[in-house]
Write a protein that binds this ligand. Structure first.
Ligand SMILES: [Zn+2]
Length: 398
């Protein structure tokens, strides 16, 4: 199937501005060429022509760096969901994946599910074209301490031998990433987000085992001490990065650690979802302490050249899987990034973080055709992304 998207201005995933109106030629799953509209003779040859209309902009499909396809955002108790029938969970996960791609999300990293590895099966069904959905990279069962965060997913490990054996088990199950819960979490009773749950040496073992398995490793970190141990152990991405201390999220910002993160090049995936709007101001309209603390943390990270990606933790209570576009303006508020910088965090930078920048994250001939067409200019107004006109995922129209 050959498709020509005609008359759209293009944001390629990295530059500071839009192109003049272009034609994007898609052959099969790939972008074959991008050229001026006047080059019609070659770009349109044998193609089905799609004209989204005036004022439309094409950009790379969006990437959500942190989701859970098997979690139901309508359900408060993550542990209880493990007891649902695998058939029901698999069906619901496939519906969520279809909604994501309709919203313009063409790649996502799934950072954890239960022992059935249902999200891996979904990943493979999407990749084969059997069902619609974003390209998925999956971490399988996260490593956690006994009784630790998300222990109900079956990843409890203690000591280096168990850590190595469990990473090998995930590799054999076919995961793309490894994940370790470096601190407690909000969703698991009896764990404390403000405290680490592994010694640094254990996280180092997990990193070493992941590397031996040829996989990158993500660490769930709320507590600042957990962030420190994970970063120094050499994880590839820090999830949440909540700077949590005795007084909760944002109460233990460490600017020296932010500098270290910048120097090491650790990716930060802060899971700022659209619902975080409620944390910016209190009822009187006064900026909250949490917001000003997090702003300071993001300023330190940016000042240190730290690399940020967009992520939502979709699947946790009240965070829908297709809500990434609505999260972007809130991510901009917290991070202080401009719209074009936010869009890089959701496309080219995220593709590099996830290890798929040889396939996606930019609009460029030779890459897979993950294309989002919107009405309006997202470089001046991120909310343009909430109105997709056309989505292609690996060349297939969503
Ligand atoms: Zn998560």
């Amino acid at each position: 199937m050959t498709l020509a998207i005609v008359g759209v201005r293009v944001w390629d995933g990295s530059s500071d501005r839009l192109s003049d109106p272009c034609t994007i030629r898609v052959e099969g799953s790939r972008i074959a060429a991008i050229g001026p509209v006047g080059d019609g003779s070659t770009l349109l040859e044998g193609a089905e022509v799609v004209e989204p209309g005036p004022g439309c902009v094409a950009l790379p499909g969006l990437i959500d760096g942190h989701v859970h396809l098997t979690l139901d955002p309508q359900e408060r108790d993550a542990a209880a969901q493990v007891a649902r029938s695998p058939e029901d969970t698999a069906k619901a996960a496939a519906e969520r994946a279809a909604a994501m791609v309709r919203a313009g999300i063409t790649t996502a990293r799934d950072l954890g599910g239960g022992p059935g590895h249902l999200e891996l099966t979904l990943r493979d069904r999407i990749a084969s074209g059997e069902v619609a959905g974003p390209r998925l990279l999956c971490a399988g069962q996260p490593l956690t301490s006994p009784g630790g965060h998300c222990h109900f997913w079956g990843g409890e490990v203690e000591g280096d031998d168990e850590i190595r054996a469990f990473v090998a088990k995930q590799r054999d199950a076919g995961v793309d990433w490894i994940k370790i819960m470096a601190t407690g979490g909000v969703l698991t009773k009896g764990t404390r987000p403000g405290e680490p749950q592994f010694e640094q040496a254990r996280i180092e073992t997990a990193c070493d085992a992941a590397r031996l398995a040829g996989r990158r490793i993500a660490a769930h970190c709320h507590a600042t001490e957990g962030i420190r141990r994970a970063v120094r152990a050499g994880v590839d991405s820090v999830e949440h990065c909540s700077w949590s201390g005795a007084k909760g999220f944002g109460s233990d910002v460490d600017e020296a650690l932010a500098s270290e993160i910048g120097e090491r090049g650790t990716w930060i995936s802060p899971t700022v979802n659209a619902g975080w709007k409620r944390f910016i101001e209190d009822k009187e309209g006064v900026e909250t302490e949490f917001f000003s603390n997090m702003r300071r943390a993001f300023e330190a990270l940016r000042g240190a050249g730290a690399r940020l990606i967009v992520s939502t933790d979709a699947g946790i209570p009240n965070v829908a899987h297709d809500a990434l576009p609505r999260a972007l303006p809130i991510f901009a508020r917290f991070t202080g990034l401009s719209p074009v910088e936010v869009l890089r965090c959701a496309t080219s930078a995220a593709a590099a973080a996830l290890g798929v920048d040889d396939r996606t994250g930019r609009l460029e001939p030779g890459l897979e055709a993950d294309v989002l067409v919107v009405q309006g200019d997202p470089l001046t107004n991120l909310s343009a992304l909430e109105r997709p006109v056309l989505v292609l995922a690996r060349g297939v129209r969503a």
